[in-house]
Design a protein around this ligand. Structure first.
Ligand code: ISE
Length: 342
């Protein structure tokens, strides 16, 4: 039984704690910690496990903790991954792996020193049945080579302190990862464009932003990023290939045809609910992701998204953020890929 410790008892941290204790075989959580000590204490109390309060590094050092799961806020990820690697423990880090490509390079260098992959990044879309089926069809070659991706990533709203660049590093980072995975391709260059702004946007950040990417094989990717759409959590993706297209299915299959409310006042409609919470949208993918993670640790070799994948997404994010306002595509340049990730 793999013994894990979780850093971060906020939204997804608490959900992962439940998942690992109640749902996923072969793993349990023995300790938790959080920048806000009370959040760790209440989670620990709920499950009858150890709380390290806000002593996250103390939890990483605990000899009982074999694997560390990092779900704290984005700017803290890099330091906690490096601390975990100090003890050469398994490390599951939620996206983004770091805030910049340069920080990710240090993680990659440390893994090279250790000589073994220990880090997995929480790019759960790889385990979503819709994306996996799209990839299977593209890889089969049945509908020809992929040419264009049209995607959108929409959130209902953001909390305080959200900045324009977080639309890339915290939100579109999923597309920066999943598009190269779907295409089996790497990015050449990219730019982010500010378009007509939505009335839902407070002055502090751009909303929407449009991300454009070109790949080494010449594919074109267009992602509309709305971080405050005012209606739902809406993730869409269509890959146009030479002899057809593949499109991500909506998470609800049930289509309702009825009057929603009063007989007298409404015409009948055909409708499907749209989710508002990202944790719910990918709930099955998170379960599958952790099952696969535990199994790969049992087998002695990680198979999920690597530090390299985390690095590429951050390097692409760096280029996009640097391109803002220039009207120019910016080259996406990486270090040479170490053999470990090939
Ligand atoms: C969150 O961390 C996610 O992973 C969601 O997919 C994204 O839509 C949301 O904006 C992020 O904060």
């Amino acid at each position: 039984m793999l013994k894990a410790g979780i850093i971060g008892c906020g939204a997804i941290g608490r959900d992962h704690c439940r998942r690992l204790i109640e749902t996923i075989p072969g793993v349990t959580v023995v300790a938790v910690s959080d920048y806000v000590a009370a959040a760790a204490d209440s989670t620990a109390e709920q499950y009858g496990i150890k709380s390290y309060g806000n002593d996250c590094n103390g939890m990483i050092a605990d000899p009982e903790v074999e694997a560390v799961i990092i779900t704290s806020i984005d700017p803290t990820h890099h330091a906690y991954v490096m601390e975990t690697l100090k003890y050469e423990k398994w490390c599951f880090c939620e996206k983004p792996l770091s805030l910049t490509g340069a920080e990710c390079e240090k993680i990659i260098a440390r893994e090279q020193e250790i000589g073994k992959r220990l880090v997995q990044v929480g790019f759960m879309r790889h385990y979503d049945r819709g994306y996996a089926e799209m990839k299977r069809i593209i890889d089969s070659g049945e509908i020809g080579a992929p040419l264009v991706i049209k995607a959108c990533h929409r959130n209902v709203s953001q909390g305080p302190g959200f900045k324009t660049e977080n639309g890339i590093t915290n939100v579109a980072i999923h597309e920066l990862d999943i598009c190269r995975w779907l295409l089996n391709d790497e990015y050449e260059d990219g730019q982010v464009i500010k378009v007509r702004q939505s009335a839902n946007s407070p002055a502090e950040y751009d909303n929407p932003q449009v991300v454009l990417l070109r790949t080494k094989k010449g594919c074109f990717i267009d992602v509309e990023v709305q971080v405050a759409d005012g209606y739902g959590y809406d993730i869409q993706c269509e890959v146009v290939c030479e002899r057809g297209t593949v499109k991500l299915p909506d998470p609800y299959a049930v289509v309702r045809r009825s009057r929603i409310d009063a007989w007298e006042n409404e015409n009948p409609t055909e409708s499907m609910p749209i989710m508002t919470n990202w944790k719910e949208r990918f709930i099955e993918a998170y379960d599958i992701e952790f099952c696969a993670w535990v199994k790969s640790i049992e087998d002695g070799a990680l198979t999920g998204p690597s530090a390299w994948d985390g690095y590429i997404a951050c390097v692409a994010g760096d280029a996009l953020n640097a391109s803002r306002g220039t009207g120019m595509f910016k080259k996406i340049e990486t270090i040479e890929k170490p053999d470990m990730y090939k």
